[in-house]
Design a protein around this ligand. Structure first.
Ligand SMILES: [Zn+2]
Length: 296
């Protein structure tokens, strides 16, 4: 398990406690588990460190009429951990993917408890089934597709894996397997992340707007002062003279606010026009881009 996390372990414990929907389901559950646990020549139902998973394997086998035994071993590979292995007394077939949807969900739960893991949503969105055989990964992808969950196939250390990447699909699949608390936790992380993004976006756009407004106010103010220097306040005409005075007196106001202070009141568009006109008056002739008629 390469993406194991506390979150993953909690999700597994939750899935291990899910009750079977119907009497047909335990067999599907045990077959799913065994298919994704067994190596080529030795059939087991599951090998796990989680006692909830081993208990679910034993209970499922019992309900399905499969005799099974469990053993507990400290492994050399996992020095301080105990591996619980559940084995069937007699081999059974694991080839089929169940047709009924209740059984397919049970089969998926078994497959996930045997080979699955899910990363902590606070770090990344990734759920995978680390398989042993290509047809296992393919069968999983097909079963997931039949339940409307989008899965992909990949390979790690030579072994195939079926994975689910986006948050929505992971939540769907966890929900389908009965991991309600895990879905709540994931939705919560997503909601917090979404809110943070919204706030960041709004702050960015507000400060960009404020900066834009401040720089155009400063530009208009300079233009107004230049126009007054160039032709004199009295020769600007009452409308432009008033606009220039308002802009110089209130650098902090927006165009709309300036427009509201004009007497008589004018529209924001008319005030913008006056600012453009003031801008043209002070400029040397060669940089003028078209002329603006004075408006009364
Ligand atoms: Zn069933």
């Amino acid at each position: 398990m390469t993406v194991a996390s506390r979150y993953s372990g909690d999700a597994k414990d939750e899935i291990a406690r899910v009750r079977f929907e119907r009497s047909c389901c335990p067999g599907a559950f045990v077959r799913g588990m065994s298919r994704f646990s067994s190596a080529a020549h030795s059939q087991i139902i599951v090998a796990t460190e989680r006692s909830a998973v081993a208990r679910a394997a034993l209970a499922g086998a019992k309900a399905a009429g499969i005799d099974a035994v469990a053993d507990r071993k400290r492994t050399a590979r996992l020095a301080d951990r105990t591996m619980l292995t559940v084995r069937p007394e007699m081999p059974f077939s694991t080839a089929m993917v169940p047709a009924r949807s209740c059984c397919r969900r049970a089969w998926l739960r078994g497959a996930f408890l045997a080979s699955g893991s899910v990363s902590d949503p606070a770090r990344s969105y990734h759920l995978e089934f680390f398989c042993r055989r290509d047809d296992d990964a393919r069968a999983l992808c097909e079963a997931l597709a039949s339940l409307s969950v989008d899965a992909g196939m990949s390979r790690r250390r030579g072994r195939p894996l079926a994975y689910v990447k986006d948050a929505e699909s992971i939540a769907d699949l966890l929900g389908l397997m009965g991991a309600t608390q895990a879905v709540f936790a994931l939705d919560n992380v997503r909601a917090v992340r979404q809110t943070k993004n919204d706030i960041r976006r709004r702050v960015n756009s507000e400060s960009a707007n404020a900066a834009r407004a401040a720089s155009s106010s400063a530009r208009h103010r300079e233009a107004a002062m230049r126009a007054i220097r160039t032709v004199g306040l009295s020769r600007l005409g009452p409308a432009l003279a008033q606009a220039a005075q308002l802009r110089i007196a209130h650098p902090e106001l927006t165009l709309a606010e300036l427009a509201a202070r004009a007497r008589p009141r004018v529209t924001k568009a008319a005030m913008a026009y006056r600012m453009r006109a003031l801008g043209l008056i002070g400029k040397p002739a060669r940089t003028r881009r078209g002329s603006v008629k004075r408006r009364r």
